[in-house]
Design a protein around this ligand. Structure first.
Ligand code: PEP
Ligand code: MG
Length: 312
């Protein structure tokens, strides 16, 4: 299909904007896209590639070995396209693979995966992608293929970056795949303290957006394993230090005109919405069940901010 075919065959009207802050939806499983689109969300703030790969039952390397590179690219692009269709022309932000090695170890080919003591601090996200460039380049090829078909509502997001060097390397991979970073929207997740503390150099790499991954930002900032019951009471996304990293990052991004968003679970908490809308975040992305409440809360905060400014 050409760009215009994609636009006419799948064009659905964008929902009425309810809030100045975009309220988007997270999609983990492509099959959930229809229901997510029906909420009237302003787009997909996080489409995870994990499920598309894990649901094949094979590691990327095993899959490519058995079925070939083109089949791997097509599996990804079919899954992404089904979501892009549901939302067109609303934006869909696709995140490159971020599964930890312990999840890959359960799949066919898993015996070739590293055995790590602490997979959450290990071989995942952009660090794996920049090392295992074969699998990374195929993920980007899937995106390039869809851009070629006219899906100009797709955006690209890189997980778990630590610094500007990671971001520059990811940009170079985009170029390698034939995706022009100056022409296609792309950005990175801010989910390591290092990345939040290097917001300015990261903005210098010229991303269109950053997105807070509070699930990880909280566990790494407070050194509290997000999956460990024994310390669950200490897991607090609204901890002043976690919030401070985010509000400082928003301030820096505003100086550079880089859009900011949040796609961690905490995005649906009213207190988080209040803090971040007040700080000037551009969008929040929540689970499908939380879209309407998040829209209401964002609107309430926005109206109060307007009233406060009139009264001043
Ligand atoms: C996050 O860390 O907040 C996030 C959205 O990514 P994931 O939960 O997939 O690590
Ligand atoms: Mg994360």
């Amino acid at each position: 299909a050409t760009a215009s075919e994609a636009a006419t065959s799948t064009n659905r009207p964008a929902p009425n904007r309810m809030t100045a802050t975009d309220v988007k939806v997270n999609v983990s499983i492509p099959e959930a896209a229809e229901r997510a689109a029906a909420t009237g969300a302003d787009g997909v703030g996080l489409l995870r590639m994990e499920h598309m790969v894990l649901s094949t039952g094979e590691t990327p390397a095993h899959y490519v070995d058995q079925h070939g590179e083109d089949a791997f690219v097509n599996t990804l692009s079919d899954a992404i396209r089904s979501v892009a269709d549901e939302f067109y022309p609303r934006p869909v932000r696709v995140r490159t693979l971020d599964a930890p090695s312990d999840e890959f170890r359960q799949l066919q080919g898993g015996e070739d995966e590293p055995a790590e003591h602490n997979p959450m601090l290990g071989y995942r996200g952009i660090r794996r992608s920049l090392d295992d460039t074969d699998a990374f380049d195929l993920q980007l090829r899937a995106l390039a293929q869809l851009y070629g078909m006219g899906y100009d509502n797709l955006e690209l997001m890189f997980p778990l970056v630590a610094d500007a060097e990671d971001v520059l390397a990811a940009k170079a991979a985009m170029e390698r795949a034939g995706i022009d970073p100056d022409k296609r929207p792309w950005g990175v997740m801010i989910e390591t303290p290092a990345s939040a503390l290097s917001a300015a150099p990261i903005c210098e790499t010229d991303p269109d957006f950053v997105s807070f991954g509070t699930n990880d930002l909280t566990q790494y900032t407070l050194a509290v394993d997000r999956n460990n019951e024994a310390v669950a009471g200490r897991y607090d996304e609204l901890h002043p230090t976690v919030l401070g990293l985010m509000t400082d990052t928003i301030e820096t991004c505003r100086e550079y005109d880089v859009a900011t968003s949040i796609c961690g679970q905490a995005a649906s908490k009213p207190a988080m919405i209040r803090e971040l809308v007040e700080a000037g975040i551009s969008s929040i992305s929540v689970n499908v069940d939380a879209v309407h409440d998040a829209q209401r809360e964002a609107k309430r905060v926005e109206q109060r901010l307007i009233l406060d400014s009139v009264r001043e």
